[in-house]
Design a binder for this molecule. Sequence first.
Ligand code: PEP
Ligand code: MN
Length: 337
Amino acid sequence: MIIVTKPEATEEQLQHLLDRIKEAGLKAEVSRGAQRTVVGVIGAEDVIREMPLAAIPGVESVTPVLKPYKLVAREFRGQTGVVKIGDVAVGGKEVVIMSGPCSVESRAQIVGIGREIAKAGARILRGGAFKPRTSPYSFQGLGVDGLKLLAEARAETGLPIITEVMDPRDLESIEQYADCLQVGARNMQNFSLLKEVGRSKLPVMLKRGMSATIKDLLMSAEYILSEGNFNVLLCERGIRTFETATRNTLDLNAVPVLQAETHLPVVVDPTHGIGLREHVTSMALAAVACGADAIMCEVHDSPENAKSDGEQALLPHEFEDLVQRVKKVAEAVGRTV
Ligand code: PEP
Ligand code: MN
């Protein structure tokens, strides 16, 4: 249920409304706008329907939300919200480019790549320190040492950093170093992890699971928001289909559909989406053309020596070319880079 207050509603009236919601054993999430306050009521829909909420003073409208997600619903905010990662705003006019290697491998590697991508126009540096690998025998990431290297790369480049959290037990140490948490595709429905990052002060980028529907993705995001963290980005990174020519099938349909359904900014990861270096730029351009608020792509200075995902990483000069071309598409659809 979404309640919108009248422009002239007083603070006492709002408090009274919140008290009534609490008395009924329901939870309220308040979003204050310049003119009106929007209150999202969470709890059994049938209990809420029994309450004559529209009769409470100061209430302008009461809209039942029949969708199973409420806080992520576009109606809750009415427009795309802006999520800040360090001082970079995602969800505004600028299409934000996030880039970096799949894994942090060494100081020289992450600082070197960080410098190259910053020079080319990237705004956020990515790099995995805790890696979700299909095989337990593959490189698992440098862990806390990797986080420290990311922080050094931030100091050298000025770029805020995003890195993956796989286990709630690592969250505290990741929070000490990162500017944004990434929940990977394989953990999209790890509900205890979602609740944990929902209690974090850091923004969260939630990647779509490889077999997850758009609704599943929104329900997972709802877990994070329901714990109080509204700074969430959704990331389309390709789903599994019958197609074997590409690593995944980048579902660009998700971009306009998500933007119609939710106020959360939408990121597209063409790198994991297609998995083939030579086609990453094409898909990045398509992502921006269909309205992505940000793109994430992997870059490596020596892909043949990369400890993970070398075959899909762009070389720094290819990334530079991507940024230049993305700029043109962004302008064509009324955005900037
Ligand atoms: C990654 O970003 O390197 C990654 C592991 O992504 P995903 O969770 O989408 O596979
Ligand atoms: Mn990767």
